[in-house]
Design a protein around this ligand. Structure first.
Ligand code: DOR
Ligand code: ZN
Length: 349
């Protein structure tokens, strides 16, 4: 039976838009589905200052489809050199909404990230004072730790001490993937939240080896076993306002994914809200999708909820096999396969 659901226009609280030709190709997918997105700063030259964020924001606005009201919410890339003055400038700009902590070496373009968090105390203190959220890629880079345990170990060894030193710091544990991370957020203060991706809800680590090695399912944090997938699903559909939508859609050219040392990231922006609808529908929780996708994040960031709407229907469509970008392609999530939910285009406001 055909089913229509109308939601307040959602926001994506964790998105990689890249730059140049890739930006122009991927941006329309997010702009069609979301009113706003928190834009990650891990460009090859990281967005470490408010000035760089201002220019990057202008490039995004210039790449937007005509008439789109999509708002990019910018972030700064934290380094051990980030000063309190830079945090003050970010807050005063009005367009920088958070600061991203990448442990150096944890993921794409994180080399200039943080090696020793205690060297960031000046920045953390300024963020706490200004109420500027710290967004955390929670995976330890200690090579002795098993890769599937790196999130839990990071929360315990690295994030917990920062929260003890800065108890009023607003923190988002990004793309949580484990029971331990869900438990960590639940046990923390109300100003500690978490984003959840569609792919960590839809897949577990079996998807990395389904019939052979699957580079297009490799992301960081890496997919975990099923019990963790179920714990994250339970958090997403629970109605707890500290869990909200963040796709972590992260496009890479095919040659960089299908390589002897393939890079991390799934491209999901082409079907983002449809994939979350699929997850919530399968879990019998479609009535909780709107709060997860459209309310919890805005409330956490202290931004107004959107006024536009988007309507979805359970009519399936087939994802293209690839998306051309320059002289390469991006392989989208579920390439060539069906997605059960679609957008009723004429209802987008
Ligand atoms: O899978 C990922 N891809 N995880 C990240 O943290 C970064 C992202 C990227 O930028 O490609
Ligand atoms: Zn990311």
């Amino acid at each position: 039976m055909s089913h229509l659901i109308t939601l307040t226009k959602p926001d994506d609280w964790h998105l990689h838009l890249r730059d140049g030709e890739m930006l122009r190709c991927v941006l329309p997918d997010s702009a069609r589905r979301f009113a706003r997105a928190i834009v990650m700063p891990n460009l090859p030259t990281p967005i470490t200052t408010t000035e760089l964020a201002r220019h990057y924001r202008n490039r995004i606005l210039q790449a937007l489809p005509c008439g789109s009201g999509f708002q990019p919410l910018m972030t700064l890339y934290l380094t051990e050199e980030t000063t309190a003055a830079e945090i003050g400038a970010a807050k005063a700009s009005g367009f920088v909404h958070a600061v991203k902590w990448y442990p150096a070496g944890a993921t794409t373009h994180s080399q200039q990230g943080v090696r020793d968090a205690s060297r960031c105390d000046r920045a953390f203190a300024a963020m706490e004072a200004h109420g500027l959220p710290l967004l955390v890629h929670a995976e330890t880079t200690d090579p002795r730790v098993d890769i599937f345990d790196r999130e839990a170990v990071f929360l315990d060894r690295e994030l917990s001490p920062v929260l003890r030193r800065f108890p009023r710091l607003r923190v988002v544990a990004e793309h949580v993937t484990t029971q331990q991370a869900v438990q960590f957020v639940r046990a923390a203060a109300p100003h500690v939240g978490a984003t959840i991706t569609a792919h960590h809800l839809l897949l577990n680590r079996n998807a990395l080896f389904d019939g052979g090695l699957r580079p297009h399912h490799y992301c960081r944090p890496v997919l975990k076993r099923e019990k963790h997938q179920l714990a994250v699903l339970e958090a997403a559909i629970s109605g707890d306002p500290r869990f909200f939508l963040g796709t972590d859609s992260a496009p890479h050219p095919r040659r960089d994914k299908e390589s002897a040392c393939g890079c991390a990231g799934l491209y999901t922006a082409h079907a983002a809200i449809e994939l979350y609808a699929e997850v919530f529908d399968q879990a019998g929780a479609l009535n909780r999708l709107e709060s997860f996708a459209s309310f919890h994040g805005a409330d956490f960031y202290g931004l107004p909820r959107n006024v536009g709407q988007i309507t979805l229907t359970n009519s399936p469509w087939t994802v293209p096999a690839s998306i051309p970008v320059g002289n390469d392609v991006v392989i989208p999530f579920r390439a060539g396969e069906r997605i059960p939910w679609s957008i009723v285009a004429e209802c987008i406001q």
